[in-house]
Design a protein around this ligand. Structure first.
Ligand code: 3HC
Length: 293
């Protein structure tokens, strides 16, 4: 019998974390949503209100259903509130030391049966797992952005992940309306390993002024039928996140394809992180908005 999962925790309420909170809460699961301090909690709550508010304004969700959904989420700045959670999904920035530190802390807070999952896109799940007292209960649970929309989850199994833990997470992903796939612990797993070389190449085309951002994006949208062009997608993912992913993949695999195109780091340093900051390759109506101005 697969576990029920009635209460879960999510750590980190950035683009991915807030989306993951929404996925759980939409499916009737209580969520403890943790950020580092109160201002960050407020930003995270704002992401969730904005995303569900859009569903209400499009007539896809009633205001009552939105209120119920938000009522299932407890926002907090304290990891200690994760105490009764049966699963905790970590979605903090892609920094190995930070993730290890959080896993070590959460390990001591949750019960011995709780599953600990990381939403990392490229860092070694095994290294994160060994920061805990029981690496057998650690898996990767990698969602795609926007998490409430995209129906795919990579469940990462390390050499020590217990079969039952891993099967329970797969079953949960199905219950959330996602198609889970099983992958080993290799940087980028399946999707990012294929995607990021392409995105990096598109940025390098833009950097060398070979073609305009609009034309690069149109080529892939209109010429290849992709839902969005690579530069618009970089803005959606966030240039800071994309940089970290490329850098990790490059360090692990030494494939030139993943050597981050210099302009990505320059844009991140200048605060041009994509949609989340209101400007990346494109400029948006406001931070977090998808409306290009
Ligand atoms: N959050 C929540 N819901 C969102 C959303 C968001 N950020 N953006 C769009 N949506 C919802 C809309 O509300 C709408 O819902 P509805 O059909 O119920 O009304 C639906 O998605 C479609 O949105 P739109 O009509 O506004 O626009 P599109 O049809 O163009 O779809 C898109 C937008 C879903 C973002 C689509 O363009 C797409 O799938 N793009 C590709 C995204 C992609 O490749 N993601 C993977 C990135 S890599 C990754 O995540 C890995 C990580 O490790 C970095």
């Amino acid at each position: 019998m697969a576990r029920e999962f009635t209460k879960v925790g999510v750590i980190g309420l950035g683009t991915m974390g807030a989306g993951i909170v929404e996925v759980f809460a939409r499916n009737g699961i209580e969520v403890v949503a943790v950020e580092v301090d109160e201002p960050a909690v407020a930003v995270g709550r704002g992401h969730l209100e904005q995303s569900t508010g859009r569903a209400v304004s499009r007539g896809k969700m009633t205001p009552e259903a939105q209120a119920d959904l938000l009522g299932r989420v407890t926002f907090t700045a304290s990891l200690d509130d994760l105490g009764g959670c049966e699963l905790v999904v970590e979605a903090v920035p892609e920094k190995l030391e930070l993730k290890k530190e959080i896993f070590a802390k959460v390990d001591a807070i949750v019960g011995p049966d709780a599953i600990l999952a990381t939403n990392t896109s490229s860092l070694p799940v095994t290294e994160i797992a060994v920061a805990t007292s029981n690496p057998k209960r650690v898996v990767g649970m990698h969602f795609f952005n926007p998490a409430p929309v995209l129906q795919f989850v990579e469940v990462v199994r390390t050499v020590v992940t217990e079969d039952e833990v891993f099967e329970d997470v797969k079953t949960l992903a199905q219950r959330l309306g996602k198609q889970p796939v099983v992958v080993g612990d290799k940087a980028g797993f399946i999707a990012n390993a294929l995607l990021f070389g392409y995105l990096n190449h598109a940025v390098s085309m833009f950097e060398s002024r070979y073609a305009s951002r609009e034309d690069i994006d149109a080529a892939m949208r209109l010429g290849c039928g992709y839902p969005m062009g690579p530069l618009a997608l970089m803005d959606l993912i966030g240039l800071d996140t994309a940089y970290e992913i490329l850098d990790t993949m490059y360090k692990q695999g030494r494939d030139r394809l993943h050597a981050p195109t210099p302009i990505i780091k320059q844009m991140v340093s200048a605060g041009l992180k994509g949609r989340k900051s209101g400007r990346g390759f494109y400029t948006y109506a406001a931070p977090g908005s998808s409306e290009v101005v």
